[in-house]
Write a protein that binds this ligand. Structure first.
Ligand SMILES: CC(C)(COP(=O)(O)OP(=O)(O)OC[C@H]1O[C@@H](n2cnc3c(N)ncnc32)[C@H](O)[C@@H]1OP(=O)(O)O)[C@@H](O)C(=O)NCCC(=O)NCCS
Length: 399
């Protein structure tokens, strides 16, 4: 029996919970002024606390919506502020908080959850899997030249910091969230982004691209250098586009900003073709690839039926030790998904299913790593096609 209990936090406990989270991440304590800003980022009734009787651990979420393969959407719980007090770790506190959260998501009709992980070894055991990855790139601004056929339509308007803050939500909402894994931004997210750009020591700017039908892309960035004489880095904070003209036009703008040596962006979609804009593709170097969005199918049956598939049928046998009601066989085809007693073609755990779900990994690659086991005829080839998506998944929103 555990010596702590878990329950929904009352709003007057949110600050203490945020302190627990920040200390767990080695972030310094908030001032009253900081707290009044941070508290605006909290959706009420979405925080859980573990008590012994002191508050020793916390998790939070906010309501969102995620784009699925095929273009549909599903309600999504976006999980954040996960932390357990350093003197109470490794005794099941996070496990109990995760369980309480999943029960809450299920009760409120949220069939999926997503998070960004501080460490890669924490969340697999709870059924989260790396569903989307991102690449960090660096462009050599002095050497990168656009190829002549790069689209050149549309025009750019530059916004300063205050206009960026004022227009960010409407800019983001103006663009379709076309990639699987992209999420709706709750009003609770924007105050955090505002705090971040206000803290920056150099000015933040946003270039907005307009095509024939209005806004079709924007990039927010600032330029910094470590010390006088060091290379000046233009750091992309966010980049969203809905047309080839906008993608090219925003890069054309970034390359035109004076007093910049390198342009960097983190966690971009893996298939975003920045290097193909340049006469020498090596002038856009991929520096690293990281996990970008961890997905949990809280209600496997609902989520499997909510996306589209190519080909099939294929029967998968899912083992879900943390949420056992999801365990079982599912028949997937272009007609959807349903539970079945047919023999399985593929066996996998819930965290691995999350990796396949948005199209971010191929079943045959997961099989090489021992993450899926093929039992049916040509099962891996069928699974590769079945789960494949037109574009790579990407969350694109940090929370
Ligand atoms: C990560 C954290 C929340 C885990 O809390 P916790 O209460 O210690 O987790 P639990 O005791 O429920 O652990 C459950 C299992 O996960 C393992 N685990 C937990 N954290 C782990 C980590 N960081 N790395 C590897 N394994 C971990 C535990 O060893 C345990 O394994 P077991 O079941 O085989 O014994 C806590 O260590 C913490 O606050 N870390 C710093 C802040 C942080 O990284 N937060 C996450 C932000 S995304």
């Amino acid at each position: 029996m555990s010596d702590f209990s878990v329950r929904l936090l009352r709003s007057e406990e949110d600050r203490a919970a945020t302190d627990v989270f920040r200390r767990a991440l080695h972030v310094k304590e908030m001032t009253d002024e900081e707290w009044s800003g941070i508290s605006a980022s909290m959706q009420p009734d979405r925080g859980f606390g573990a008590f012994d009787p002191e508050l020793i651990g916390t998790v939070r979420s906010f309501d969102s919506e995620v784009t699925l393969p095929g273009g549909g959407t599903a309600p999504l719980a976006a999980v954040s502020l996960v932390g357990v007090r350093a003197d109470r770790t490794r005794r099941g506190v996070l496990t109990a908080l995760m369980r309480a959260q999943f029960e809450d998501f299920a009760a409120r009709g949220y069939p999926a959850a997503m998070l960004h992980a501080s460490e890669g070894a924490i969340y697999g055991r709870f059924g989260y899997g790396i569903a989307a990855r991102g690449k960090s790139i660096e462009v050599d601004r002095h050497r990168a030249r656009l190829r002549p056929e790069v689209p050149a339509g549309g025009r750019i308007t530059l916004l300063d910091l205050e206009s960026t803050i004022a227009q960010w939500p409407s800019l983001f909402d103006a663009l379709p969230r076309t990639r699987p894994g992209m999420i709706a931004r709750s009003p609770h997210l924007w105050p955090g982004y505002e705090r971040e750009v206000r803290r920056a020591t150099t000015p933040t700017a946003t270039a907005v691209h307009r095509g024939p039908d209005g806004v079709d892309g924007y990039v927010t960035y600032h330029v910094e250098r470590a010390h006088f004489g060091a290379p000046a880095l233009l750091k992309i904070q966010s980049f969203h586009h809905a047309s080839p003209d906008a993608f090219a036009g925003l890069w054309r703008h970034l390359l035109s900003v004076d007093l910049v040596d390198r342009i960097t962006a983190e966690k971009r979609p893996l298939d975003e073709p920045v290097e193909l804009l340049f006469t020498d593709p090596r002038h856009a170097a991929v520096q690293k690839i990281q996990d970008e969005g961890w997905l949990r199918l809280v209600d496997v049956a609902t989520m499997l039926d909510a996306r589209t598939y190519l080909g099939g049928p294929l029967v998968i046998e899912v083992t879900d030790p943390f949420l056992d009601h999801n365990s079982g066989r599912y028949r997937l085809s272009e007609d959807g998904a349903e539970r079945t007693t047919d023999p399985a073609d593929l066996e996998l755990h819930a965290d691995t299913l999350s990796m396949l779900y948005l199209g971010g990994w191929r079943a045959s690659d997961l099989a090489i790593a021992g993450r899926v086991r093929a039992t049916g005829e040509a099962a891996l080839e069928r699974a590769d096609l079945l789960f494949s998506t037109r574009v790579n998944p990407w969350c694109g929103t940090f929370f």
